[in-house]
Design a binder for this molecule. Structure first.
Ligand code: NAD
Ligand code: TYD
Length: 354
């Protein structure tokens, strides 16, 4: 496939956390592509994330909802996109527990809409087309103390979020098998880094430490996640998009497992240093709270396929990535203040009852 011919790339969810890093990377690295960022700007979407590239000639932002099939269809007619990198989603497990249907709507039906419109507007001519679906390792369910998720691990999602992502992964694969739609899926572990909405563990705790608020650790804190710096995920997406094999799945992980409580302690000690507070100050904020229902014990990814086929591996170590992340939040407190006012306060009150 000659990727130079792929001119018009539709990236969905490009105003969100990971999407904004992917959009920036593609706009900067590929001047011969035109990047269309389609995002309906939910609470998690923020055009401030892309201020630095918003005026670039190879970039267009389109405000629109993937649930609006007529709108999506019109867009395809107008721009005749060559490829899609699909990141738009409802992405927070806790919100999926309180409002599962919102996750079915966007993650399942929204993905179906994109698949249908791509299939119909590309007709039978799929040459050089690509539907890249960005997914999560959470579709595999939970690991015990040992083992890793490979691309062959059976799906066993436990939360409404992961069930909706699993469902969308299946539909993408089914469209490949049934209609010949050329697709790629990647399943990545937990990301962290700049522009992460402060409802997820790391940015939430950074914000709470800055504001001397309790750090609500679910259950006993002995849950394990495999953390990857967001720019390393964007690099992996770039590689998979350009060099990944058609109709394949790639697992992407950080080789970086942390129990939540150990991660939180590391974060606390780095924050004390940065904020010039006496050692141990932030740790005092740790508060064990009621566990998340259906909480997956452990996620860990076997990234050997992407490593061997595409020579990808994480470039940033966890302590380095965490430092960069903390520095970004401390330098961008206006961003943080803007996203933590308004609706965020209601969400916080309801979720944590604090
Ligand atoms: P995010 O919640 O930060 O961003 C999602 C973006 O999608 C937002 O900009 C939002 O406005 C947009 N969006 C939501 N519903 C939409 C709709 N109906 N139409 C158009 N736009 C809509 O999410 P994220 O963390 O950046 O995740 C991006 C993708 O990567 C998701 O598909 C997620 O499942 C996947 N993923 C995330 C992680 C992670 O750790 N965050 C890990 C692996 C995979
Ligand atoms: P999160 O960032 O929500 O990502 P995910 O659920 O997709 O893995 O949570 C990461 C881990 O941190 C998970 O085990 C739940 C835990 N957690 C807390 O202990 N307290 C919190 O307030 C949040 C948001 C998460």
């Amino acid at each position: 496939m000659i990727i130079g011919e792929l001119k018009k790339i539709l990236i969905t969810g490009g105003a969100g956390f990971i999407g904004s890093h992917v959009v920036r990377r593609f706009v900067n690295r590929y001047p011969d592509y035109h990047i269309f960022n389609l995002d309906c700007l939910t609470y998690a979407g923020n055009l401030e994330n892309l201020k630095d590239i918003e005026k670039r000639s190879n970039y267009t932002f389109i405000k629109g909802d993937i649930n609006d099939v007529e709108f999506i269809s019109g867009l395809f007619k107008e721009f005749n996109f060559d490829s899609i990198i699909h990141l738009a989603a409802e992405s927070h497990v806790d919100r999926s527990i309180t409002d599962p249907l919102a996750f079915v709507k966007t993650n399942v039906i929204g993905t179906m809409n994109l698949l249908n419109v791509a299939k119909d507007s590309w007709g039978k001519n799929f040459r050089d087309k690509r539907f890249y679906h960005v997914s999560t390792d959470e579709v595999y369910g939970s690991l015990g103390e040992k083992g890793l998720f490979t691309e062959l691990t059976p799906y066993a999602p436990n939360s409404p979020y992961s069930a909706s992502k699993a469902s969308s992964d299946h539909f993408v694969r089914a469209y490949g098998e049934t209609y010949g739609l050329p697709y790629i899926v990647s399943n990545c572990s937990n990301n962290y880094g700049p522009n992460h909405f402060p409802e997820k563990l790391i940015p939430l705790f950074i914000n709470n430490i800055i504001n001397n608020k309790p750090l609500p650790v679910y259950g006993d804190g002995n849950y394990t996640r495999d953390w990857l710096f967001v720019e390393d995920h964007a690099i992996a997406i770039d590689l998979v998009f350009h060099k990944g094999k058609k109709n394949e799945t790639y697992n992407i992980g950080g080789f970086n497992e942390w129990k939540n409580i150990d991660l939180v302690r590391l974060l606390c000690s780095q924050m004390d240093e940065k904020l010039d507070r006496p050692k141990g100050t932030s740790e005092k904020l740790i508060t064990f709270v009621k566990d998340r229902p259906g909480h997956d014990l452990r996620y860990a990814i076997d990234s050997s396929k992407i490593n061997e086929e595409l020579q990808w591996k994480p470039s940033v170590t966890f302590p380095e990535g965490l430092k960069k992340t903390i520095d970004w939040y401390l330098k961008n407190q206006e961003w943080l203040n803007n996203v933590t006012s308004g609706d965020y306060l209601d969400y916080y009150k309801e979720q944590y009852e604090i």
